[in-house]
Design a protein around this ligand. Structure first.
Ligand code: TYM
Length: 334
């Protein structure tokens, strides 16, 4: 079956190893298969749900495209565009927000985490963010959505919205109910400073993450400083349930090498962290350095990056505005 792949990444700077291993690495693999139609969106409308500096946002949109290409996404064989350039996204989000229920959105854990204690001060956009995400996906009839584990709940909401729209308007199968593509292992990369917290762009300490633009020295230093525990590395994955930092670092090593966790455990069983960290730094430098260099090179090629976005926008706009037109007819707009 031909898969229609859609996914998005926020242009909020500091794309990191979590974004790469949880999502972008998978985009690259899916993009290699000629049977897949891939759409990758730089979700700038999502980015402004928290305040952004306009100049930085513009730079970050281009840098996200540069990162896609540097990681191996082929712009000739996929559609890459920024969300705000295709107005159908905002419009469809409004219509779908009249289908989605408050009760559904109230359950979203990411909103609770991001809004923190003072929910009253969070933007309405941050609250309705998953509805816009549903619009993104449903406008393209996506069959599969590759994401990290943290987006699973939003994907479930998207499925609920699609089903309710189809039921409410008696249009069976009109909005395609997409399947999430979440890797079985390593779909949640954790902070280097705290193995119970997700690696994130918004974490204050830069030592908590490996950015895709980090230099060799920085990577080595961050891994040296990464939190561990006093025990040698385990011989059994069960032991990792109570050792989150060890689990995370072994997971990162496995994912970068395309090993299973058990393979990595066998390789390092009984060894100490310093030996393991050396090997981990080595493979990180090997994989991240070329990406970092390519991002830096592409960052100087605005014309090329803008052309990718413009080409993508034309194709995306055509598809999405067609789908939106059908939505208008179904809803009863003249
Ligand atoms: P965003 O920009 O926060 O993250 C982009 C992708 O990276 C994944 N990710 C992680 N995976 C594993 N470990 C981590 N520590 C980690 N941090 C981030 C995310 O799961 C995501 O796949 N709402 C989305 C963007 C979006 C979208 C969409 C995605 C907008 N519309 C439609 C799919 C389909 C987001 O904020 O991702």
């Amino acid at each position: 079956m031909n898969k229609k792949i859609f996914s998005g990444v926020q242009p909020t700077g500091n794309l990191h190893l979590g974004n790469y291993l949880g999502a972008i690495k998978n985009f690259v693999e899916l993009n290699k298969d000629e049977n897949n139609n891939c759409v990758f969106c730089v979700v700038d409308l999502h980015a402004i749900t928290v305040k952004q500096d306009p100049k930085e946002l513009r730079d970050n949109i281009r840098e996200t495209v540069a990162t896609f290409v540097a990681c191996g996404i082929n712009p000739e064989k996929s559609i890459i565009f920024n969300q705000s350039a295709v107005p159908a996204h905002s419009e469809a989000a409004w219509i779908l927000s009249c289908v989605a229920r408050m009760g559904w959105l109230n359950r979203m854990t990411q909103f609770k985490e991001k809004a923190g204690k003072d929910k009253e001060k969070a933007s309405i956009g941050l609250y309705s963010y998953p509805v816009l995400m549903a619009a993104d996906i449903l406008l393209y009839d996506a069959t599969h959505v590759p994401v990290g584990e943290d987006q699973k709940q939003h994907l479930e909401l998207c499925r609920d919205i699609a089903q309710k729209f189809n039921n409410d308007y008696s249009v069976e199968d009109f909005l395609k109910v997409p399947d999430p593509l979440i890797q079985k292992e390593f779909s949640r990369i954790m902070s280097l400073k705290d193995g119970t917290k997700k690696m994130s762009k918004s974490e204050l300490s830069d030592l908590s993450r490996i950015n895709l633009t980090d230099s060799e020295d920085l990577i080595v230093n961050k891994i040296k400083k990464a939190k561990t525990d006093p025990l040698p590395l385990p011989s059994d994955s069960k032991e990792l349930e109570t050792r989150p930092e060890a689990k995370n670092l072994l997971g990162i090593y496995s994912s970068l090498n395309n090993f299973t966790l058990d393979q990595t455990i066998n390789e390092f069983s009984g060894k100490n962290f310093s030996e393991f960290k050396e090997k981990l730094s080595q493979v990180l430098v090997e994989k991240i350095n070329p990406v970092a260099n390519e991002i830096k090179k592409l960052n100087k090629e605005n014309e090329y990056l803008d052309k990718i976005l413009l080409d993508g926008q034309k194709k995306a706009n055509e598809y999405a505005s067609n789908k939106l037109k059908k939505i208008h007819e179904i809803v009863g707009f003249l």
